[in-house]
Structures are given as structure tokens and as C-alpha cells.
Design a protein around this ligand. Structure first.
Ligand SMILES: [Zn+2]
Length: 352
């Protein structure tokens, strides 16, 4: 490696990442073939990466919006909110069946995670949400909420945990319509997920985990149960045990500067976002060593662009995206600022 190459690897090399993600926009490498069912999620990583990297001008926004909208599930002429179904977005073409002769989709596989990704992409490309049928999307979500407040991801069943609670909250927030969600029940469920050590598990009683903790705190913020920078306010809300949570969060930074998802695990690029975003929402970013975190992330940067999970490995789309999101939280120059609670840029979230 030449000295100029070596010095370029000591910082976040934005141009290299734009080229890497642009390549993914045109063609996903074949290891992603098995993830076809999550096509919209992969697209979210690509489009939101380009947005954070300030390179959205490289893609056709209208074509992207039309492609995303082609996965939307539409009901027939009459909408029955109590028919048990959820009217969101399919995750991919293979989970979608052609409509019947009346244009009605009989096989409704719309999924909360795919719907979150679809709406995020539409926000990023500046799609006008007044063209969406927000009412049926939001109202039909009540068919997915369980008596304990949690959510199933799809109306035919599935695991219920904080991941889908977060997707439901983010969808309602983006639509500006909470008709299909009982917020008080959601809050009660989230509070039950806080563990004895201060972090949150995916379900009540489960081990604390960085991703679950993000889902819990971001959902409470989206629903308005907590404010931004709650740590700097004099009257810490008694809703959850914030001091214990902060204690758990601060112990996630390793000696290598990176963040781990839970105790006794290696530092991993994506937790720089999951943990970093929680700190940003709570107003605790200055309690960690940001310089050391930056150093860890750079050690996971691949020489041809992208970020890997661990230092020195090949990059993947998921860790690349959360690497960019983490650098945005670290206020890297040239990157768009991040709306921590939604996982997209601030500008996209506002809808400018
Ligand atoms: Zn990871």
C-alpha cells in the first residue's frame, strides 16, 4: 500500500463509499440472492446510504419511487379495517402474487419491516405522502397489535418483539397517523422489556441487547413519551430507569473504541449506530470516547469502500449503511445529519 493510500485509510473516505454503494445500486452481488425476500430492505440500505453520503443526485428518484410503490398492497373498493389484514408493502417480488381480475391482491404478505423500509425510501426520494392511502395503512395495523401491546410483523403470524414495535411506531410517525396503534399498550410493553441491568431485551425477560435498546428508546421518542436530551433535563422522567440505562450503554464501548451489542461480545460496526443513536436521543454523546469510536470504524473501512462488521474483513451492505449512519452521528463533514429516531437523514425525515 502506498503512503497516500495508507493516509486515505486513516479517515472516512467518502468518495470511495459513494462508488461502492453506486455499484450496489446497479447490481447486488450474488451473495445477496438468498435475501431476495428482503429486497426493499436492501434497497433502503442503498438509497439511504447515498442520501447520507450526499450523492442522491446519482439516481433516478422518480423511478425509485415507482418501483417501491409497485410493492404496495391495495384493498378492493370497500375497505374493511377489521378483516384481519394489514395493508402495507410486500418485501419483494417473489412474495407478491398478481392481483385478481378486480385488481385486488388476494395474497397479502405485507410486512411491517418492508413497510418501514418502503416509507423510508419514499421519504428520502421526496415522494408526496398525500398520495398514499395513509388511513387504511395505519388503521389496518391494529390487526397486528397483540393484547400485550407488541406487534406481529405480518397478519398471518410471526414472532412479536420490539423490532416490530419500532417498525409500527416509525410507520405511524412517517404517515402522521396513529389511528391503528394503542400507544399506551405499546408503552407498557416497552417498559416491561427493560432488564435488571438497565438495557432492553427484545421481549420481556430477555437479555439486554443494543438493537432492542434502540428499538425501545426510538419508539418511546417517536410516540412522544420521552423528549430529546432527556439526560440534560433537571427532572428525569420516571418512565424508565435512565441512570441504569446510561450505565449499561456506557459499558458497551470496548478498549478498541468500538461498541458491542451486549457484554462479552466483540465490537461491531453496526452498534456504533444502535448504541450511538440511543446516546444521541438521550443527549449522552459526550459521555463516550468519540475519537476512539471513529478509530474503530476506520479500521473496519474496506480499501475499495464499504464497512465490515469486524476490522479487516470484507464489507457488507448492512454494516456499510450503519457505518455511514454512525459517521453521520459523529458529525463527519460532507455527510448529511441523521434523524436518529427514524434512521434516515434529517432532511428526508422533515420531507424537504
Ligand atoms: Zn453488526
Amino acid at each position: 500500500m502506498s503512503s497516500s493510500e495508507a493516509s486515505s485509510m486513516e479517515t472516512m473516505n467518502k468518495d470511495l463509499h459513494v462508488t461502492f454503494i453506486e455499484m450496489m445500486y446497479h447490481l447486488l452481488p450474488n451473495p445477496y440472492e438468498s435475501q431476495e425476500i428482503n429486497h426493499l430492505t436492501l434497497a433502503y440500505f442503498v438509497v439511504s446510504s447515498l442520501d447520507i453520503l450526499n450523492a442522491l443526485q446519482k439516481v433516478d428518484k422518480e423511478a425509485i419511487a415507482n418501483w417501491v410503490l409497485s410493492f404496495q398492497v391495495r384493498h378492493g373498493t370497500t375497505f374493511d379495517p377489521n378483516n384481519g389484514q394489514f395493508y402495507g408493502f410486500h418485501g419483494s417480488r417473489s412474495s407478491q402474487f398478481p392481483p385478481d381480475e378486480n385488481g385486488v391482491f388476494c395474497h397479502n404478505n405485507s410486512h411491517l419491516a418492508s413497510t418501514y423500509c418502503a416509507l423510508s425510501i419514499l421519504k428520502i426520494v421526496g415522494y408526496d405522502f398525500s398520495n398514499l392511502d395513509s388511513e387504511s395503512m395505519s388503521t389496518s395495523m391494529r390487526n397486528l397489535q397483540q393484547p400485550d401491546g407488541s406487534f406481529m410483523p405480518i397478519h398471518t403470524g410471526g414472532e412479536t418483539d420490539l423490532r416490530f414495535v419500532y417498525c409500527a411506531a416509525a410507520i405511524c410517525f412517517m404517515l402522521g397517523n396513529w389511528n391503528g396503534v394503542d400507544k399506551e399498550k405499546v408503552k407498557d410493553y416497552i417498559l416491561k422489556c427493560q432488564s435488571y441491568d438497565g438495557g432492553f431485551g427484545l421481549v420481556p425477560g430477555a437479555e439486554s441487547h443494543g438493537g432492542a435498546t434502540y428499538c425501545a428508546i426510538a419508539s418511546l421518542r417517536l410516540m412522544g413519551f420521552i423528549e430529546d436530551n432527556v439526560l440534560s433535563s433537571c427532572n428525569l422522567s420516571s418512565l424508565i430507569d435512565f441512570p441504569l440505562l446510561l450505565d449499561w450503554i456506557l459499558q458497551r464501548q470496548g478498549t478498541d473504541g468500538g461498541f458491542q451489542g451486549r457484554p462479552n461480545k466483540s465490537s461491531d460496526t453496526c452498534y456504533a449506530f444502535w448504541i450511538g443513536a440511543v446516546l444521541r436521543i438521550l443527549g449522552g454523546c459526550n459521555f463516550v470516547d468519540n475519537k476512539a469510536l471513529r478509530g474503530f470504524l476506520v479500521s473496519c473501512q474496506y480499501k475499495y469502500g464499504g464497512f465490515s462488521k469486524f476490522p479487516g474483513e470484507f464489507p457488507d451492505l448492512y454494516h456499510s449503511y450503519y457505518g455511514y449512519a454512525a459517521f453521520s452521528l459523529l458529525e463527519e463533514s460532507g455527510l448529511k445529519s441523521l434523524c436518529s429516531k427514524l434512521g434516515i437523514s434529517d432532511i428526508a425525515a422533515i420531507g424537504v
